[in-house]
Each structure stands twice: as structure tokens, then as C-alpha cells.
Design a protein around this ligand. Structure first.
Ligand SMILES: NC(=O)c1ccc[n+]([C@@H]2O[C@H](COP(=O)([O-])OP(=O)(O)OC[C@H]3O[C@@H](n4cnc5c(N)ncnc54)[C@H](OP(=O)(O)O)[C@@H]3O)[C@@H](O)[C@H]2O)c1
Length: 303
């Protein structure tokens, strides 16, 4: 019988591709969603993180849970209310999963939870960040730390837990690449701020394969960075996108103050530097299909 994987936030950018790759491998997919019925071919069950309610039938026969749910970090300006939603959609959803797994009989072997490289903060210059590096002190670092702490509580139920600290996901269907590609397409490609800040990116297929690898590999537990082996600076990334699109890249840099004015605290996401290491996941035997930015962009932008 096909093993069942329950995905939270499965309707999103990462979840949609992960669903395809898991289905190709013969797994049966289920979603926990705020609005089931969004995706036709996947059986979905409802949960309400705010009200802390969940349809426990979702867990029947499930072998693995992949936890991706969380309000979009870059979707809206960071007002105090939005920050609360960003934090609690992650911590309280994880707590809801933990309570359900504690209170209802189940055969879940592992929970693989998303986390983010925001854990390390964005003021690390060109210093490599490994899983044991200290966490940052900005808003996203606080969020990821609290999110991972909730996920760790699931271990106390005797269930294996892996946390994947996801980098900037590059996909042809949305996310950072689509946003960065917009000005480049118009011939307005330019570095942001100094342009020297590191961006630790990952091709969406490599990321989804890390989630699957972590799920299938019983020896893995704890935190792993989900980033490609070769982070690039903002200047090099924008230049590579322009080259792949056959567009110019010669404009002066967008000044930091303009980004700060437009985006407030969120500007730190674009102006801050984060050079994150993939050594730990590689030491588990994981092989990247797209280790270099050139190959990743060529694959994503060729059509
Ligand atoms: N994409 C990136 O570059 C990136 C980088 C670092 C970390 N990550 C992390 O990886 C995970 C997946 O990323 P993604 O890009 O696929 O995210 P996404 O496209 O924004 O999808 C996230 C999913 O979470 C659910 N969700 C949204 N708001 C929610 C809320 N307030 N409460 C509960 N559930 C909510 C939604 O599913 P339903 O509508 O079905 O409920 C949504 O489809 C996220 O947790 C994200 O923080 C992503």
C-alpha cells in the first residue's frame, strides 16, 4: 500500500512542487489547509490555527508529516498585527500538530518542518553560517527560533523531527525570482544597496528533494540548512538573471535608504547578508542537482 504523507501549507509555492515530486515517487498526499478544496486532486482536511481546531481524520494512516504552513513573510508590510500573524501561523500551527499527535492514536514516523535561514539574522557579512551558529536578534530570527522550539517538542512524543532552514527559494512559479526578474525584464536590473550582500538561494526542486530525503532517511534529525552549496552576492545574482534573460545590467545600485523608506524593517531581507553552508545536508549524502546559480537559472528561465 502507498504510504501517506500529510502536508500542511501544501497549497503554497513549495508544497505544490513537493506534492508533484512525492506523487511521482508513489506516495499518497493529503493536505491540512485553512480552505480545503483549493486543489482538486488532493484530499484535504481543515484546520484553524487561530481557533486551534483540527480534523483529526487527517492523521488516519499517515506515515509522515511535512509542515510548511505559515503566513507569507514578504506579502505585506510588517505592522505589529502582521508580525503577530507571521509568528503565530508558525508557532501555533506547530503546537496544534503536536497536541493532535499527542492526543490521538497515530503511526506518524517523522515530522519534517520548514524553518528558515532567517534564524541566523542578516548581519553576518561574508561569514559562513552553519547549523550550530548562533541565532540572530532580529524579528525573523525570533520567529524561526520559536518555530523550531515548538517543533522540537514533537520529539518528546517519540517522533523523529527534522527542521529544514530554507534559503531563498528560486522557482519559475513565483517567490523571489519572479520579483527580482520584474525590473530586469524591463531592462532595469541593478544591485540593491552595496550589492555585496550574500543571498543563500536554492532551486525549488533541490529543496523539495531535501524534504523527501529527510523524510526517507531515518538517520536524520535536528536542523539542516536548505540552501545550495554556492551562495551568491546580490550583484552577482541580479547580473546572472539579466544575462540569462538577455537583458542589460549596468544601472547604478538602488540606494539602501530608498529601500528602507519603501519597505521599513522588511528591507533587511534584501539588504542584509546571509551566507549559509550546505555542508551538513551534503554530509548526509544528499546530492544537489543545481549547486551553481548558472545551472539553476538556466533551468528556471529557459522558457
Ligand atoms: N519561499 C521561500 O523563499 C522561503 C524561504 C524561507 C522559508 N520558507 C518557508 O517555507 C514554507 C513554505 O514556503 P512557501 O514559499 O511554499 O510559502 P507559501 O507559498 O506562502 O505557502 C504557505 C502556505 O501556508 C498556509 N498559510 C498561509 N497563511 C497561513 C496562516 N495565517 N495560518 C496557517 N496557514 C497559513 C497556506 O496554505 P492554505 O491556504 O492551504 O492553508 C499557504 O499555501 C513557509 O513556512 C516559509 O516560511 C520559504
Amino acid at each position: 500500500m502507498n504510504e501517506i504523507v500529510l502536508i500542511t501549507g501544501g497549497t503554497g509555492l513549495v508544497g505544490s512542487r513537493l506534492t508533484e515530486l512525492l506523487q511521482e515517487k508513489g506516495y499518497k498526499i493529503r493536505y491540512l489547509s485553512r480552505s480545503p478544496g483549493k486543489v482538486k486532486d488532493v484530499e484535504a482536511f481543515v484546520w484553524d490555527v487561530e481557533k486551534q481546531t483540527i480534523d483529526i481524520k487527517a492523521f488516519d494512516g499517515v506515515s509522515y508529516i511535512i509542515h510548511l504552513a505559515g503566513a507569507g513573510v514578504a506579502d505585506e508590510k510588517w505592522t505589529p498585527a502582521r508580525k503577530k500573524v507571521i509568528l503565530e501561523s508558525r508557532t501555533r500551527s506547530t503546537a496544534l500538530l503536536k497536541d493532535a499527535l499527542r492526543d490521538y492514536p497515530n503511526n506518524v514516523k517523522a515530522v519534517i518542518s520548514a524553518s528558515a535561514i532567517g534564524y541566523y539574522g542578516f548581519d553576518n557579512g561574508d561569514r559562513w553560517q552553519v547549523e550550530g551558529s548562533r541565532f540572530g536578534d532580529d524579528f525573523l530570527a525570533t520567529v524561526t527560533k520559536a518555530w523550531e522550539a515548538e517543533a522540537d517538542l514533537i520529539r518528546e512524543l517519540g517522533i523523529r523531527v527534522v527542521k529544514v532552514r530554507v534559503g531563498v527559494v528560486l522557482s519559475e512559479n513565483g517567490g523571489a525570482l519572479k520579483e527580482m526578474g520584474k525590473p530586469v525584464k524591463l531592462g532595469l536590473g541593478a544591485p540593491l544597496g552595496s550589492g555585496d550582500q550574500y543571498m543563500s538561494w536554492i532551486h525549488i526542486d533541490d529543496l523539495c528533494n531535501i524534504f523527501i530525503y529527510a523524510m526517507e532517511n531515518e538517520n536524520m534529525s535536528g536542523s539542516y540548512n536548505g540552501v545550495a552549496p554556492h551562495p551568491v552576492t546580490n550583484r552577482d545574482l541580479t547580473k546572472s538573471i539579466a544575462k540569462e534573460m538577455g537583458k542589460p545590467f549596468f544601472l547604478p545600485a538602488v540606494p539602501s535608504f530608498a529601500l528602507k523608506l519603501a519597505l521599513g524593517q522588511m528591507a533587511g531581507l534584501l539588504l542584509g547578508s546571509s551566507r549559509v553552508s550546505s555542508e551538513r545536508i551534503e554530509s548526509e549524502g544528499f546530492k544537489f542537482k543545481y549547486p551553481e546559480i548558472k545551472g539553476a537559472l538556466h533551468n528556471l528561465l529557459e522558457n
